[in-house]
Design a protein around this ligand. Structure first.
Ligand code: ADP
Ligand code: ZN
Ligand code: ZN
Length: 642
């Protein structure tokens, strides 16, 4: 006898309704069907997670209204796993696979038109390294899947391996997912997939309008689109029979979603590949220590058609002239003379990252966030955490002295200095202030590509994905910004940033790289200057093993915020007491954000689900008291920043 009932999770965020409901089957709805169901007095969308023969005792099921959509059943298992692992609710996690159609936003030109800057053809033959990498990939494709790290310098041919792996999947009647950190920063990658697979490529990312997303999802559901390229949410693409999942630039922290469900698309990619019997390929020139330690490594080696650029470290303790030291000015002067392009990385927006009183030592801070206010070129002081803005005072608010000194440099000041010292070089600034919209970003990148004697300067955006020809120099203005971050990944992030930026130089002709720093002897700077990725990762893994950090143990972070510091700490002390069997650090205070006091516990554990589940229970039990005190809590499994 066929099942008569369906277990349905309504797509709601209220935790009280975060439970399954039983409905009578209609229309032959199957597992994975997105349905409209009556719930209380309203109609809700829901997802069928299971078909059952009997309703629970005492329940008189009503029928499903209608079937709205049909998703691959494997996505249901994936979403329920996400809910469980990351301590979210099934409703919220299922929304990832059945996104709600939100209200229409402004019109944009179709995605394909806006992106795609390339016409790179398929190479006549693969290199022996590429063939050697593809061999185990295709074998795994035919034998139930596997997980690989594709390690190779920028320009070593990784993208070509993804393209070939996707083609191999298609040949076998399967489909493929290609994840990239940010579509807007990697238009070339998308262009190459479109050039190779034409209409079989669909694009999914958060910048699409609802109409665009609906069209793309329809083409995927209809089986027309077989290769999905997109940012982290594309890991939930409604493809059937996935054969390959590629994760490009696998080290990029933007794969982690920073709101509930706090999933990491890289971990979800591994889970989806396992559920589908697919091959997961993680590619990077600077892999995560986690991947280096755990995955079978496929090495592509060095850059095709060129060697890596020479790196010069400029010791800022000995060289005056920050942000433009004499050696850097000389390199830029050569470009101004002979032509070419430069990329300059400065990971701070604004004119100066802080204003400091020379008389009493006060630093001007955001009244809501405990961070220094950043001076901008319009004379305003802005908080980069909450957006608070005020006009720059004439005198120190503490002591009245007018001796307010600007500390450090931001991108706006760098732009100004460049214009002053190198007037024939065209500065093109790229940061969150200039590139608020994807179109502005694409326009800036196009302008840089089309201008000789241009300097692209900006925050870490300039170190990512894009490939430009004629880049004679890549320079880091201040390697110390990333080193100073209080996070156990500070060294890793610094190393990745420096190495990624170095990879932007000299892709077609010999290029130069220059790193300005006050800490030339620090491990990440020294090893990035030598392009020694294996040595860096080996050292990093040793350190993490000693300290019990990932990949040796998991972290679970429990963050509480509220209007007063006392109740925040007390709530965390209680959670800590309830987690007695575990290795818990904290409560440690964090800087205030938007006027709210914050503190966190960090648990090191081999059982992240158990710890997250226990923390969730403790917080749920304390919920009424916490609400009264205005406290909110977040449990973050495998956090990517602390
Ligand atoms: P990565 O993804 O590692 O940065 P790409 O796949 O983009 O490397 O390759 C770098 C450059 O080399 C690209 O211009 C690409 O077209 C070219 N390329 C890749 N594979 C080959 C090959 N087998 N023969 C010739 N050129 C290749
Ligand atoms: Zn003062
Ligand atoms: Zn603020």
């Amino acid at each position: 006898m066929a099942p008569r009932y369906a277990t349905v999770y309504p797509l709601v965020t209220t935790r009280a309704l975060a439970r399954p409901f039983t409905y009578e089957l209609t229309d032959g709805a199957a597992k994975g069907a997105v349905v409209s169901v009556p719930l209380g007095r309203s109609r809700r969308r829901g997802v069928v997670v299971e078909l059952v023969d009997e309703a629970p005792a005492g329940v008189e099921p009503v029928p499903i209204d209608s079937v709205l959509d049909e998703l691959p059943p494997v996505l249901v298992d994936l979403a329920l796993w996400v809910a469980d692992y990351y301590g979210s609710t099934p409703g919220r996690a299922l929304e990832l696979i059945a996104p709600v159609k939100r209200k229409r936003r402004k019109e944009q030109s179709p995605p394909g038109e806006r992106q795609a800057l390339t016409d790179e053809a398929e190479p006549p033959e693969l290199t022996s390294e590429q063939r050697a990498a593809l061999e185990p990939i295709t074998t795994a494709l035919d034998t139930g899947g596997g997980h690989f790290l594709l390690y190779g310098e920028t320009g070593s041919g990784k993208t070509e391996v993804y393209l070939q792996a996707c083609a191999a999947a298609l040949e076998r009647g399967k489909t493929a997912i290609v994840l990239v950190p940010e579509i807007a920063l990697t238009p070339q990658t998308l262009g190459r997939f479109q050039a190779r697979f034409g209409d079989a490529v669909a694009l999914l990312h958060s910048g699409l309008t609802d109409a665009e997303r609906r069209d793309e999802r329809q083409r995927i559901a209809a089986g027309q689109a077989k290769v999905v390229v997109g940012a982290r949410s594309a890991v939930f693409a409604p493809l059937r029979d996935v054969g390959v999942v590629c994760v490009d630039e696998e080290h990029d922290p933007s794969y982690k979603q920073e709101s509930d469900p706090r999933y990491d698309a890289r971990t979800v990619a591994a889970k989806r590949a396992a559920l589908e019997g697919a091959v997961a390929i993680y590619g990077s020139a600077t892999p995560r220590p986690e991947s280096w330690d755990k995955l079978q490594r496929l090495e592509l080696g060095g850059r095709l058609g060129g060697s890596l650029p020479g790196v010069r470290v400029v010791d800022l303790r000995r060289e005056a002239g920050y942000p433009l030291s004499a050696p850097l000015l000389k390199e830029l002067g050569a470009i101004e003379e002979q032509g070419g392009k430069a990329i300059l990385l400065l990971n701070r927006r604004g004119v100066a990252p802080a204003l400091h009183c020379r008389a009493c030592g006060t630093t001007l801070r955001c009244p809501h966030c405990d961070v220094a206010l950043v001076l901008h070129s319009d004379g305003s002081l802005r908080c980069h955490h909450c957006g608070h803005a005020e006009t720059t005072p004439e005198a120190c608010p503490t002591c009245g002295s007018v001796e307010l000194a600007r500390i450090g440099a931001g991108t706006q000041r760098l732009e100004r200095e460049l214009a002053k010292k190198l007037p024939r070089l065209v500065p093109i600034r790229l940061d969150a202030d200039t590139a608020r919209k994807p179109e502005a970003l694409a326009a800036a990148l196009r302008r840089f590509a089309g201008t000789d004697r241009a300097a692209l300067l900006g925050t870490q955006m300039v170190a990512k994905g894009h490939h430009f020809s004629g880049v004679a120099l890549a320079a880091v203005i201040d390697a110390d910004t990333a080193l100073g971050v209080p996070d156990f990944r500070a060294d890793e992030r610094t190393f990745q940033l420096l190495t990624q930026l170095a990879g932007r130089s000299g892709r077609d002709a010999p290029g130069r790289v220059l790193i300005q720093t006050f800490q030339p002897d620090s491990r990440p700077v020294e090893l990035a200057a030598r392009h020694d990725v294996p040595r860096f990762l080996t050292g990093e893994l040793e350190r993490r093993r000693e300290l019990g950090y990932p990949p040796f143990r998991h972290l679970v972070r429990i963050l509480v915020s509220g209007p007063e510091p006392g109740p925040v700490n007390r709530a965390l002390e209680e959670v800590r007491a309830g987690l007695q069997r575990d290795d818990v650090l904290g409560p440690a205070p964090l800087f205030r954000l938007r006027g709210r006091h914050r503190a966190q516990l960090v648990a090191k554990t081999d059982e992240p689900r158990r710890v997250a589940g226990r923390a969730g229970q403790l917080l749920a039990a304390a919920a009424p008291a916490m609400r009264k005190a205005g406290l909110t809590a977040v449990v973050d499994v495998d956090p990517q920043s602390l």
